[in-house]
Design a binder for this molecule. Sequence first.
Ligand code: ADP
Ligand code: ASP
Ligand code: MG
Length: 439
Amino acid sequence: MAVKVCKFGGTSMADGTVMNQVKKIIEGDKDRRYIVVSAPGKRYSGDIKITDVLYECHKEVKESGSCGAAFALIRNRFTSIIKELNIDFDINAVLDETEARINAEKSEDFTASRGEYLSARVMAEVLGAKFVDAEDVVFFDENGAYDAARSDRAINEALRGVDKAVFPGFYGKDVHGKVKTFSRGGSDISGAIVARAVNASVYENWTDVSGFLACDPHIVGSPRRIKALSYKELRELSYMGANVLHSESIFPVRKANIPIHIKNTFRPEDEGTLILPSIYYKPSGSIVTGIAGKKHFTVIFIEKSLMNSQIGFVRKVLSVLEEHNIPVEHIPSGIDTMSVVIESAALQDGKLGLVLSDIKAAVAPDTLRVTEDIALIATVGHGMSSSVGTSARLFKAMADAKINVKMIDQGSSELNIIVGVNDDDCDKCIAAIYREFFG
Ligand code: ADP
Ligand code: ASP
Ligand code: MG
């Protein structure tokens, strides 16, 4: 029998009414057996996400030893969810126990994970399904990476003879037995982990938009829906800011070639978007699949005559960054020049100054220049490699919109063209490229 794993995001857990809609979706297909949920998200614009409140709880615990005021918001939200659902479930007992454990553990990850824990407890009750705690079945290894073999075994063990189960997303347990979360948006990864463990026929990711759109709907009104994209395209777009799906979601399902289907909880009849491994993916014929952008990068520009003939020059620069434990995003280069693009957050607290003086000491550059507040915009599509003139169209669109290009990097995969612009031009640039390729 085919098994579908369904992950429901924050807006799908936001209140009792939506949770009942989720129940209807699950009960509408008997293959939808294993459910992964996020913490309750925003009910309306301006509302606050439960996970954000939990980070506040942790701050309170750090400052005063316990989480009174912020936890009251959590309590209110969950008691009103239970009221709306009109189910007989002693949520206060679960909340009391949760509050006590937050105060005792004093761990940021543990505290942040409780939104998922509580929504999974409630959803299991709503569905009459087994609750499987992620801390018992999702494991991290000694490097903090997810331990696939151990998690697969534990998940299958927990599901033996179980028809329907609900898992909290976003967290697991580390080698010291402590709860650890993925990065923000990480319930998407949890869904993929369960899908892989049970060898699901599909991983359905239910959210609040009708699929992966060609760009962020906050930037262009009603962008075109992408019918299908490849794992690789997803990776490029989500890494570069299309946060509808966490960029690491494909790793657990990749080996098993499990398709991901993005669906809209609020419009379940809409087709959605399929994210496919290369064995199933057929190019759509369009040149560009999607556009995404991310702000707040810093570019370190280095110039040195005869750089190309100096063996080890690039290595020396990169060694400096390695010593400071700073990840590098891109390294566009010329004959006597190279630039290193770094997420600005990694250069905070005086690190930028230290890096610059170490680069000076290591390679004695003729010029060393820093540009901050740079946004990177990725235009992604398998169709770009086979079509002539794509970059020309892209740069003309940017020029017509009077956007100054600060950096260019065309990935060697020919799957993407990345341009750097000022942070302030980011949205304008995405909109201009969108108009050029999607009309
Ligand atoms: P969930 O809580 O279901 O995980 P997220 O808020 O993480 O939902 O992701 C869905 C949101 O992603 C959408 O509401 C939309 O605003 C945003 N988004 C950004 N880029 C895109 C894109 N290219 N396609 C679709 N949605 C996008
Ligand atoms: N609740 C977590 C967050 O807000 C994880 C998730 O929603 O996927 O980041
Ligand atoms: Mg999400």
